[in-house]
Design a protein around this ligand. Structure first.
Ligand SMILES: C[S@@+](CC[C@H](N)C(=O)[O-])C[C@H]1O[C@@H](n2cnc3c(N)ncnc32)[C@H](O)[C@@H]1O
Length: 364
């Protein structure tokens, strides 16, 4: 849903008009049950990591999520640099203004409420593919999920009720306050759901390979620097973990309906609300995912019927779509010994050249 309220409220309704003419699959219904489950927030920082973009050496230690705020590494030990922000300040202002509207099921976020009929089963069923056995009523029990751009917690809450331990993050403080307040209405969520007002980059700066699943639902069309965003998602995912994205395709149709019609002709949303350039095609997304060691498993079109207020799965991905990608189990990195040996060898060569064996310091 582009623009939160932007496309979510009115724009998406018009995108959905087209959807109503496309082949429809019955929307799934969600059963939400479960009991209190104590999550285990112990984060294991691996002794070393290496990926295509950087080589980092860090000591092995464990922290709890609640300690993340207190951990400050020296700059040379940072896992990720927060100087590379994905946050667009104009988007933040938009979402700040609507922060009290999240739980109004008939309001601007109504399509996000009904999107749960599709996205919750999509996430649940794909996660359970990798699980042999699960607890009835709490099928996601034992799984750690990061909900990036959680807004008011519309998706985080049902995932918590399915037994997952969920951390919802959002750069808009007001959204997190709303989410936190709403969570208090359901005691089941107390220990399963945690919210934090921060950026994905901050989480990625502090932890690696922690989550079984990372979710960015209706978020990537609001970020700047999608490559960095996906890179961060990948970093915090465990090997074999799942990344779920729902977003809007970058097509002529999404321009015509989402920008020209909704903004300029019908005035459904204010002019300039949408940035078509931020939309991303499944092909482009796949290429970014692959370059970060994630393989795309599924892309499914989603269409909204503005008259019924419901979403439907569709083979048509030209407007909204859901994607599921899995992080490679095999990390492309040398072992620690190899890494150290290479570094040591280079240092030794620098010190000894060109005087055949004797380091400069020893010659004095
Ligand atoms: C359309 S809302 C979706 C909210 C929620 N995921 C849902 O579907 O109910 C987009 C959310 O992304 C957040 N957001 C915007 N830019 C972001 C960024 N760079 N990183 C993380 N979240 C961001 C916004 O504050 C907003 O809450």
């Amino acid at each position: 849903m582009s623009g939160g309220h932007k496309l979510s409220c009115s724009g998406i309704r018009f995108l959905g008009v087209l959807g109503s003419v496309c082949r429809e699959a019955p929307a799934h219904r969600l059963r939400l049950t479960g009991a209190v489950n104590q999550p285990d927030w112990t984060l294991q920082i691996k002794p070393w990591i290496f990926n295509k973009y950087r080589t980092i050496w860090s000591r092995s230690y464990g922290v709890t999520f609640s300690c993340l705020n207190r951990i400050k590494r020296p700059p040379w030990m940072r896992l990720y640099s927060t100087s590379q922000t994905t946050i667009d300040s104009s988007e933040v202002k938009t979402f700040q203004a609507l922060a009290h509207k999240w739980w109004d099921e008939q309001g601007v976020y109504a399509p996000l409420h009904s999107m749960n009929d599709l996205r919750v089963p999509f996430i649940r069923d794909n996660l359970l593919k990798a699980v042999d056995d699960h607890q009835p009523g709490k099928p996601l029990s034992g799984m750690k999920i990061l909900d990036v751009g959680c807004g008011g917690g519309l998706l985080a809450e049902p995932l918590g009720r399915l037994g997952a331990s969920v951390i919802g993050i959002d750069p808009v403080d007001e959204n997190i306050k709303t989410a936190h307040h709403h969570k208090s209405f359901d005691p089941v969520l107390d220990k399963r759901l945690e919210y934090r007002a921060c950026s994905l980059e901050e989480i990625a700066e502090e932890t690696i390979e922690t989550f079984d699943a990372v979710i960015a639902s209706e978020v990537v069309e609001h970020v700047i620097d999608l490559e960095t965003f996906i890179q961060c998602c990948c970093q915090v995912l465990k090997p074999g973990g799942s990344l779920f994205i729902t977003t809007i395709n970058k097509t002529q149709l999404s321009y015509a309906l989402g920008i020209v019609f909704s903004e300029q002709i019908a005035g459904i949303v204010p002019k300039g609300t949408h940035t078509w350039e931020k939309f991303v095609s499944p092909e482009k997304l796949e290429s970014i995912l692959e370059s970060n060691g994630l393989s795309l498993q599924t892309v499914a079109g989603m269409l909204y019927n503005p008259f019924s207020g419901y979403w439907h799965w569709s083979e048509n991905t030209s407007l909204n779509y859901a994607a599921h990608a899995v992080k490679s189990m095999v990390q492309e990195h040398p072992g620690p010994a190899e890494f150290v040996i290479k570094e040591d060898t280079e240092e030794l060569q620098a010190n000894t050249s060109p005087s055949l064996g004797m380091p400069e310091e020893l010659k004095k």
